[in-house]
Design a protein around this ligand. Structure first.
Ligand code: 5GP
Length: 189
């Protein structure tokens, strides 16, 4: 997606360890106009997919997910990054965060992820695919169906994209970064 790539070139900042900061327009300050255009692009790419619900993980997935849900007029549920006080009625999994170098618990209520739900996962970044794998686990526990995953930015030099696609998931990423070596942002064409 051209507009996103242009914005990454203009405002993205590289950090050691293959981290791209997009705090100017996605992760801290947000650009709702660009966010809307990205959601429109997801809607186009998943046009032939039957979706009942959009799911994401708090916090940075919520903005793109709610834009997609708004356009599709579907509910949006976010997996919470907290240990529930009671496990009753909760689906729980563990996700390793490579940016924070720790594992955290994510959970979603069985009221909002139900058997038969056709679920689209939306998130800001795809790196090693750990958030995606966590969502796959929650969806499986619920007896729901994962119909696709959409990411604003995929870092192709990390394994997530390959792992998720090999698992048969329909993965769409709006900007794919091939390399951040020497802090040069190189896109996959
Ligand atoms: P994964 O779960 O695919 O291993 O990593 C994706 C998650 O880690 C995203 O939800 C995102 O919050 C965070 N993340 C991974 N890589 C980056 C990055 O380069 N920049 C930022 N801002 N977040 C990242």
């Amino acid at each position: 997606m051209k507009a996103l790539k242009e914005r990454i070139k203009k405002d993205g900042r590289c950090f050691p360890g293959g981290i791209l900061k997009v705090d100017n327009f996605i992760n801290h300050q947000m650009d709702p106009i660009l966010m809307k255009s990205m959601a429109v692009e997801f809607v186009r790419r998943f046009a032939s997919t039957q979706i009942d619900k959009v799911i994401t993980v708090e916090a940075s997935g919520i903005a793109p997910a709610i834009m997609v849900g708004y356009l599709l007029e579907l509910p949006v549920v976010f997996a919470k990054k907290s240990k529930p006080s009671t496990l009753e009625n909760m689906l729980v999994t563990e996700v390793y965060s490579f940016t924070k170098n720790r594992t955290y618990t994510v959970c979603v209520s069985k009221d909002y992820l139900q058997p038969g739900d056709r679920v689209l996962f939306i998130d800001d970044f795809l790196a090693n695919g750990n958030a995606g794998k966590g969502i796959m686990d929650l969806v499986e526990q619920a007896g729901a169906e994962l119909v696709g995953m959409g990411f604003l930015i995929e870092k192709a030099f990390q394994e997530g994209g390959e792992v998720l696609r090999k698992a048969g998931i329909h993965v769409e990423s709006l900007a794919i970064i091939e390399s951040l070596e020497d802090c040069q942002i190189k896109f996959k064409e």
